[in-house]
Design a protein around this ligand. Structure first.
Ligand SMILES: C[S@@+](CC[C@H](N)C(=O)[O-])C[C@H]1O[C@@H](n2cnc3c(N)ncnc32)[C@H](O)[C@@H]1O
Length: 343
């Protein structure tokens, strides 16, 4: 069945927990259509069909706005038919007292990202490629532990990897990711972009444990495909699992998203890159930088230069949010993509 693109867009934004006030709502005419209402119930709220829906507090916020936009007041909510099913969901969510608007930020939340390659728009209905992560969204920027939610830097890098130019860095390649966090790009590369192998690393043991759960959630149980390992920057990599990893999966590409934000960690990060270049001289490093502080980002570039790395900007602009069709992220803070090699 051909689904109206407005419905698909709403579903993608909803599953990624897009702020309800800014959702791209379908036209009022479409929202009143019975088939559209059926589809919305089936694909956004039916827990029997969708095991990893957003938190109930978020569902409630969206459903309140949706039913009000359908132009039905409370008087009609008991009527039979599809609106009846949506109304039943609304009643049940209200009864569960999940109305606290901020509660969503305190819960573990399933977040589903739709990952459509730039050149493709021919997926049928809900067969679109997705990946689902269990995130702890209450941890905000500035917190010591930042790896339990997916940041804009990852979504920017992922959007690039989904382009034709970006896919060449992943397709058939052996990849090591630094500071992987939830593992968004590692899972994207292994599940949808035909990487030969991905080793996803992070310095935080808790983040790695959560990542393993996210691998299972995405049915990636094969360590040959994607594996999770602890790697703290700045330590000597000789004689560690990384050396064995380089032999077992000779890495072609290192990915890193939003890992250049902490000035005190930059030297350690650059030392790790140096160590990796020593083991794999032809390596290409792709860094997605979120430039919250221009001086910190410049420190990273300067330290790369002092190690004689060649740092080049990759030309890739984030689209304004209203033009994004999947992988939604704000580009209010400048986002940079760098290619780093050692001649
Ligand atoms: C802002 S998060 C980015 C996570 C993910 N790449 C993303 O963009 O969603 C930074 C990640 O780097 C990791 N990290 C920070 N300092 C580190 C270090 N010294 N060694 C290894 N990982 C580190 C954190 O644990 C965290 O997962």
């Amino acid at each position: 069945m051909d689904v109206d693109p407005q419905l698909l867009l709403l579903r993608r934004q909803y599953l990624q927990l897009f702020e309800p006030d800014f959702l791209a709502w379908p036209s009022p005419k479409l929202l009143k259509n019975v088939d559209a209402q059926k589809w919305l119930h089936r694909h956004l709220f039916d827990t029997n069909r969708n095991p990893h829906l957003p938190p109930e507090s978020y569902q409630l916020r969206v459903l309140k706005q949706l039913t009000s936009k359908m132009g039905k007041g409370k008087a009609n909510l008991d009527s039979d038919g599809v609106l009846g099913e949506l109304a039943a969901c609304l009643t049940s969510l209200i009864a569960k007292k999940v109305s606290s608007e901020i509660k969503v930020f305190q819960e573990n939340a399933y977040v589903t990202f739709t990952c459509i390659p730039e050149k493709r728009n021919d997926y049928e209905d809900t067969s679109e490629p997705t990946l689902t992560l269990l995130e702890k969204r209450q941890l905000v920027s500035g917190s010591q532990i930042t790896g339990f939610r997916t940041w804009e830097g990852s979504l920017h890098l992922g959007s690039y990897l989904l382009t034709e130019a970006g896919s060449h860095f992943v397709n058939g390649k052996n990849i090591l990711e630094l500071g992987t966090g939830t593992g968004f790009n590692a899972i994207l590369a292994g599940k949808h972009l035909h990487a030969n192998h991905v080793t996803a690393t992070d310095g935080d043991g808790g983040v790695i444990e959560a990542l393993r759960e996210n691998l299972t959630l995405n049915k990636i149980d094969d360590q040959q495909q994607v594996r999770a390992r602890t790697l703290l920057w700045g330590q000597d990599l000789k004689g560690t699992w990384v050396e064995d990893g380089c032999r077992a999966h000779p890495y072609d590409i290192v990915l890193g998203a939003d890992i250049t934000y902490e000035k005190s960690a930059i030297s350690a990060l650059v030392l790790t890159l140096q160590s990796l270049f020593d083991m794999r001289p032809k390596l290409q490093v792709i860094i997605s930088g979120v430039v919250r502080n221009a001086e910190t980002f410049q420190t990273f570039r300067d330290q790369c230069a002092s190690h004689h790395f060649v740092v080049e900007d990759i030309q890739f602009e984030a689209k304004p949010m209203r033009q994004q069709k999947s992988l939604f992220y704000a580009a209010a803070v400048p986002l940079k993509l760098l290619s780093i090699t050692r001649p």
